[in-house]
Design a binder for this molecule. Structure first.
Ligand SMILES: CC(C)(COP(=O)(O)OP(=O)(O)OC[C@H]1O[C@@H](n2cnc3c(N)ncnc32)[C@H](O)[C@@H]1OP(=O)(O)O)[C@@H](O)C(=O)NCCC(=O)NCCS
Ligand SMILES: [Zn+2]
Length: 265
């Protein structure tokens, strides 16, 4: 569906009447087997986006100290609501989320639409990028990282890479080494975000293909036996790397830029 709404009124539960904005959201329709990846950059973050967030999101936003972090959080969450609202055909402000962990029941799990929907999504933000991936009927995880030269921390490297992966990374020098590390990182974190484990599972305990090879999960950790995963590298633009994982079947991925949509929102 392309949402080119002229002021649509929608009644929501609880008796309130919310008004969907009149902007033209150029969000193409999505079908099973497809995944849309929506990118935004922090070059200009319209402050009015805050009106799309719910009370919990606004509270989290208010607790962020750095302006860059506030911009990323605001962009990521407003973008998520706008993209989901187009596919769910509902007011972006009326969408509710839950984050119950499917492993232990605590509130640190993969965010999901509440009540449950066939549409899955995943959010990531880093550096000057916010990204949201959406897919109907498939579980997805996305991760973007700003490439910075901070990888001489041996404890961090051991948490992230197996010994064989460390040897591969040591074959790169300088900026290429940083990019290789972050490629490993995003491939692994995308998988762990799709499963909902996050960094509760050591990324070093799963093995993915080397940065010069096509993205693939090679070995699962014993904590997650039997799950299939498909990996994709995304185009995050200069200075950033990003990857996407899905747990179900291969997906047809399309990447889109959302700055214009956010500017009109
Ligand atoms: C998931 C996790 C790796 C995200 O890491 P990050 O480096 O901060 O950053 P990203 O920007 O890539 O992703 C952040 C987004 O991931 C999503 N997210 C949070 N927890 C998640 C989880 N368990 N699984 C998948 N996605 C998650 C949220 O949308 C979050 O956005 P928000 O913080 O703006 O709300 C990290 O939050 C984590 O490890 N959480 C702990 C999970 C946990 O305790 N699991 C225990 C299982 S028993
Ligand atoms: Zn848990």
């Amino acid at each position: 569906m392309t949402l080119e709404t002229a002021l649509i009124r929608k009644d929501v539960g609880g008796g309130g009447s919310l008004i969907m904005s009149s902007q033209a959201y150029a969000i193409p329709p999505i079908a099973a087997g497809q995944c849309q990846v929506w990118w935004a950059t922090t070059t200009a973050v319209p402050p009015g986006l805050v009106r799309l967030l719910d009370a919990g999101e606004r509270e989290r936003l208010s607790r962020l100290y750095r302006e860059e972090d506030r911009a990323l959080f605001l962009m990521a969450h407003a973008l998520t609501r706008i993209v989901l609202s187009a596919h769910l055909e509902m007011d972006p402000r009326a969408i509710r989320f839950s984050n119950i962990c499917r492993y232990c029941g605590a509130q640190h799990g993969k965010p999901q639409i509440d009540p449950p929907s066939a549409l899955d999504f995943s959010i990531s933000h880093s550096g000057q990028r916010a990204v949201v991936a959406v897919a109907p009927g498939a579980i997805v995880g996305v991760d973007v990282e700003c490439v910075t030269p901070l990888w001489d921390d041996s404890a961090l490297l051991s948490m992230m890479l197996s010994n064989s992966e460390k040897l591969i990374v040591d074959g790169f020098q300088g900026r290429a080494r940083d990019e290789a590390l972050f490629r490993y990182w995003t491939r692994k974190e995308a998988i762990l975000k799709a499963t909902g484990h996050g960094l509760a599972v050591s990324p070093a305990s799963i093995t993915v293909s080397s940065p010069c090879q096509a993205p693939a999960l090679l070995v699962w950790t014993a904590e997650m036996p039997g799950e299939a995963a498909f990996l994709y590298d995304l185009d995050a633009g200069p200075g950033h790397v990003a990857s996407l994982a899905t747990l179900d079947a291969e997906l047809n991925i399309s990447e889109h830029h959302a700055n214009d949509i956010l500017a009109k929102s």
